[in-house]
Design a protein around this ligand. Structure first.
Ligand SMILES: [Fe+2]
Length: 319
């Protein structure tokens, strides 16, 4: 006896004697599948035929045919995990329903989202989105009327590469710049002590309070100079013969090449490097200094060497 392909119902043939058991068996199978237990449409024995996309014919105007929110329809073109989802209830398979946020799920999904943020449809990883080949230039807003070719020039509102290179070449580097002509810089406040640049104005102010030489003179064995603050210096050489400078109480007077204005404050004698019988010391006599000169007295080695030539240098300071 033959049986039906899907539910295995008995099919008595013409020569067969109709057995009431065969009919009851059929009834039980049908009751079992369509009754309380239900059945699947997965194409396996005892179940209904497999339902594919081609079997789904849902009129757009028939609300009863709607797919529930968060239910996925496989997206045939792109294989496993590529589905279409109604995410209007904010439920979606591990994805991001906000098209303005980064899109990172492993299953690119076509979503018509109508939650807090409504962004129509976002298609992720759709192959047509990989290129703009299908987008007409004229269909894009906020763009120039034509697209600039690879090689193009600009009008004189813009610098050319050559102009920029020339301008940069005229700039001093930050490291060890070598300025030419007349570089300037802000003048630091007087008294500034830092790494700031000192301009000539800063330097002039800084040195304006310092004394400068206002007069000087020189001749055989002497030099003198006078400072702007009134100080005066005189260098000179004393010459004579041993025994000619008198005793430590008398001495002889040395006349300055020029006179101090007010007073000679100090005189220092550079003692010569003589020794033995020619050794001697010339000393400035106490209270002998005047604006015109000073007096020198002599001490000698055992009073020997009289008549030998002798000399010493002196420095006098005053005002
Ligand atoms: Fe350009």
């Amino acid at each position: 006896m033959q049986q039906t392909q899907n539910l295995g119902l008995n099919k008595p043939e013409y020569p067969d004697v109709v057995d009431i058991e065969d009919l009851n068996e059929n009834m039980d199978i049908i009751d079992g599948k369509l009754g309380t237990t239900g059945h699947n449409h997965n194409g396996t024995a005892g179940n209904g035929p497999k339902i594919s996309g081609a079997n789904i014919v849902a009129p757009r105007t028939d609300q009863t045919q709607d797919i529930g929110t968060a239910k996925e329809l496989r997206w045939q073109n792109y294989g496993n995990n590529h589905t279409i989802v109604d995410a209007s209830a904010g439920a979606y398979p591990g994805g991001n329903a906000n098209a303005q946020s980064a899109w990172t799920p492993s299953c690119p999904t076509l979503i018509g989202y109508n939650g807090v943020n409504t962004y129509g449809v976002r298609v992720d990883s759709a192959r047509v989105a990989d290129t703009a080949s299908a987008v007409q230039w004229s269909g894009i807003s906020g763009i120039p009327s034509t697209f600039a070719p690879n090689n193009h020039t600009h009008d004189d509102r813009y610098y050319t590469e050559t102009e920029i290179s020339n301008l940069l070449a005229a700039k001093a580097p930050l490291t060890s710049p070598a300025f030419t002509n007349t570089p300037t810089a802000p003048t630091a406040a007087a008294g500034t002590n830092s790494t700031q640049i000192a301009t000539t104005a800063f330097v002039k102010t800084a040195v304006s309070g310092a004394a400068s030489i206002v007069a000087s003179g020189t001749g055989e064995n002497y030099y003198w100079r006078k400072w702007s603050n009134g100080d005066m210096e005189i260098w000179g050489t004393i010459t004579g013969t041993l025994g000619s400078m008198g005793t430590h109480t008398s001495g002889v007077t040395i006349t300055f090449p020029v006179q101090f204005q007010t007073a000679c404050k100090n005189v220092i004698i550079s003692q010569p490097d003589w020794k033995g019988e020619n050794a001697y010391i010339w000393r400035v006599l106490k209270n002998s200094k005047s604006i015109a000169g000073f007096s020198v007295a002599e001490d000698r080695w055992d009073n020997k060497g009289a008549g030998n030539p002798a000399s010493a240098d002196y420095y006098a300071f005053g005002n």
